[in-house]
Ligand binder design. Structure first.
Ligand code: TXA
Ligand code: MG
Length: 362
């Protein structure tokens, strides 16, 4: 399945009309186009065309029972594809759309089973990115788009990641530079009286609750239930994901203890001849000796940490690291989303830092 993949640069603020039209034409004809959004890059196909959705699964190597998110650009495109718009969903849409929020609704027959993975519900998002919005409008209004990565690998936050994974497998890549947020959208199931978070993201539980009152978290995605028989409701959250080739271990504890423990573990691995990688905050990164140290950003800048996480996980692969050790990033607002992705990358392998006697000084 080798095809020619066109790569076109596009301005994020003022998408060039002719570029968008060329991409939209591909989508209307049933082809696939990767494009930037404010969260991560998406791999787009016509959501109403079952053949396009099949092509998306094939290009990603994704199991076809894992449904796709349908992207719209304007509110009037929602009613034709959903059975009802619950009041709380209406409020959330008003507050957070366009933006990094996906909501689950009961679907109408306009959405083919191929797109919804055979479910009776459909996930819908209205992205705020101007390129995404222009492309959706020009292509007919409904773009199915999973993250533009090979199934199992970290999501793509820049066009070069998409090239790495999908070159020769899709028709076109729109290169609009780096994604702003760097983590996929928050997914909220709005088919229940109390909305349920199926995947944490930039829009936190607190932000949602401020808008609609109580919001639950799907027990299947909680770290304490990992390895137990609690299935996440979003099919995609059940699969191994985000994992670099090398095993990742997260070290948790007081900052000084974490630095000391990771340093000891890296030195031990290096003595065995292994190539080592460390994922750290900017504040502590310079304290490590490893083959590749990836500083994600300052602990006081959680947006930066989120934005750089997936690129860093990919860097360990390109560098050929054999083992990776990571600090934990329990930041106040998006820490839940960051740790959700990192724990999946680590296969939930965490170890407590060895406690030291020195006073803390970070
Ligand atoms: O930020 C994002 O959401 C990005 C950009 C491109 O918009 N898209 C994205 O799509 O992350 P994807 O396919 O990589 O992740 C979609 C997740 C999967 O875990 C899937 O199982 C879940 O959404 N999902 C889709 N439809 C669903 C449904 N009807 N019920 C429950 N989960 C659903
Ligand atoms: Mg994905």
């Amino acid at each position: 399945m080798k095809m020619k993949t066109l790569i076109k640069t596009v301005s994020r603020e003022h998408p060039e009309e002719e570029v968008i039209e060329e991409a939209a034409q591909i989508l209307r004809a049933g082809g696939l186009v990767a494009f930037p959004t404010e969260t991560v890059y998406g791999l787009g196909g016509d959501a109403l065309n079952p053949l396009s959705s099949r092509k998306i699964y094939a290009a990603k190597g994704r199991p076809s029972d894992n449904p796709l998110i349908v992207h719209i650009a304007d509110m009037e495109y929602l009613p034709p594809i959903v059975r009802e718009i619950p009041e709380k969903a209406r409020i959330l849409a008003e507050r957070f759309w366009p933006g990094p929020l996906t909501m689950i609704f009961r679907k109408t027959e306009r959405i083919p089973d191929e797109t919804s993975g055979g479910l009776s519900t459909v996930a819908v998002r209205m992205p705020s990115d101007p390129v995404a919005a222009a492309l959706i409008r020009a292509s007919g209004g409904y773009v199915a788009a999973p993250s533009a990565n090979t199934s199992g690998r970290p999501s793509t936050t820049r066009a070069s990641h998409v090239t790495e994974d999908l070159m020769g497998r899709i028709d076109m890549i729109l290169d609009g530079g780096d994604a702003d947020i760097g983590l996929e959208s928050t997914i909220v199931d709005c088919t229940e009286p109390v909305p349920v978070i199926l995947r944490p993201g930039y829009i936190s539980r607190g932000m949602l609750e401020e808008a609609v009152g109580e919001v639950r978290i799907d027990p299947g995605i909680l770290d304490e239930n990992a390895g137990r028989n609690v299935r996440p409701k979003a099919p995609g959250m059940r699969y191994r994901h985000y994992a670099p080739k090398a095993p990742v271990t997260i070290v948790e504890g007081a900052p000084e203890d974490v630095v000391r423990t990771i340093s000891r573990l890296t030195a031990e691995a290096a003595r065995k001849g292994l190539k080592t990688g460390v994922l750290a905050a900017e504040e502590t990164a310079s304290r490590y000796r490893a083959d590749l140290v990836c500083p994600l950003g300052s602990l006081s800048d959680e947006d930066a940490i989120a934005q750089h996480l997936f690129a860093a996980l990919r860097d360990f692969d390109s560098e050929g690291c054999d083992v990776i050790f990571s600090e934990a990033f329990e930041t106040p607002r998006i820490g839940a989303a960051i740790m959700n992705r990192l724990l999946k990358a680590a296969g939930h392998r965490t170890v407590p830092a060895e406690e030291g006697t020195e006073p803390e000084r970070v």
